[in-house]
Design a protein around this ligand. Structure first.
Ligand SMILES: Nc1ncnc2c1ncn2[C@@H]1O[C@H](COP(=O)(O)OP(=O)(O)OP(=O)(O)O)[C@@H](O)[C@H]1O
Ligand SMILES: [Mg+2]
Length: 257
């Protein structure tokens, strides 16, 4: 079923290494593969991880997201069509070098939203990979999105970071007047042999209740290896536990209203 309004979702957590990029690129590839959706992935992280995982050579970019944010080129000049079927607006470290100039631009919080607006009819889903901080790029991602997916890794520090995430979303709602919703909180890097994983998952379920996705992403070496083969987990290890968990997440995200 093609949707007329694209679902623009930011994958956000200011903690690093929780599986934001792993989630974004596998979710994007899976929505194309299993749900036949038209998907745009916007990589607003200067690390360029989700761009690279989908096979883009991030060191050979002639144009990229920063040029769009600075209104030098249109979005259509930057989109890369990848073998996965996902359209990608890529970034590399040059985005970080433009952070201060971009932060000084008028309307700095809504540069991405403005750039995306003329293109939203072309996509069913727009997924945004956020950097691990709450700077101008993360704020642009949140302001362009109608909801957020929050991956949380199974660690004490992961749990501790929840309050900061909630505070950021409150600031976006109250100070920037953008009614962003939580699409779901995603437990990532779950290791069933480890008591801490079970305790953290239990605490998340207590705190977030039905805002938790049912899918729980396991810690598995296949998810770590797949980007080096420029493949989604559905190509690299289609029958493994990582693919199964991300497949479940895709069903949940696809159905989410
Ligand atoms: N479920 C998993 N099992 C095993 N390795 C994983 C899993 N999820 C992510 N990784 C690996 O952990 C590292 C960090 O993951 P990823 O880059 O997705 O996190 P991130 O939140 O995007 O990080 P950053 O905040 O730096 O952008 C990567 O090497 C990735 O391959
Ligand atoms: Mg990342």
């Amino acid at each position: 079923m093609a949707k007329t309004v694209p679902r623009c979702l930011a994958v956000f957590n200011m903690k690093g290494g929780v599986g934001k990029s792993t989630t974004v690129y596998n979710l994007a590839a899976g929505l194309v593969r299993f749900k036949k959706q038209r998907v745009l992935l916007v990589d607003i992280d200067p690390q360029g991880n989700s761009s690279a995982a989908l096979g883009i050579d991030i060191w050979q970019l002639t144009t990229q997201l920063k040029d769009v944010l600075q209104r030098r080129v249109g979005m259509e000049q930057v989109v890369v069509k990848t073998a996965s079927g996902v359209d990608v607006v890529p970034s590399n470290i040059l985005l970080a070098e433009e952070e201060i100039p971009i932060s000084g631009m008028p309307g700095r919080e809504v540069l991405l939203k403005k750039a995306l607006t003329p293109h939203i009819d072309r996509y069913d889903f727009i997924l945004i990979d956020c950097p691990p901080n709450v700077g101008v790029f993360a704020v642009n991602a949140l302001m362009a999105s109608f909801a957020v997916i929050i991956p949380v890794d199974m660690s004490y520090l992961g749990l501790l970071g929840i309050q900061g995430i909630e505070r950021t979303l409150t600031l976006i709602r109250e100070h920037l007047d953008h009614p962003i919703r939580i699409a779901g909180v995603l437990a990532t890097r779950f290791d069933g042999r480890n008591n801490l994983s079970k305790e953290v998952l239990g605490s998340l379920k207590t705190h977030f209740g039905d805002k938790m996705f049912q899918a729980v992403i396991p810690e598995t070496v296949k998810l770590r290896e797949a980007p080096s083969h420029k493949q989604s987990i559905f190509e690299y290890d289609s029958n493994g536990v990582g693919a199964k968990a991300y497949r479940q997440l895709i069903d949940e995200v696809y159905k989410w209203q």
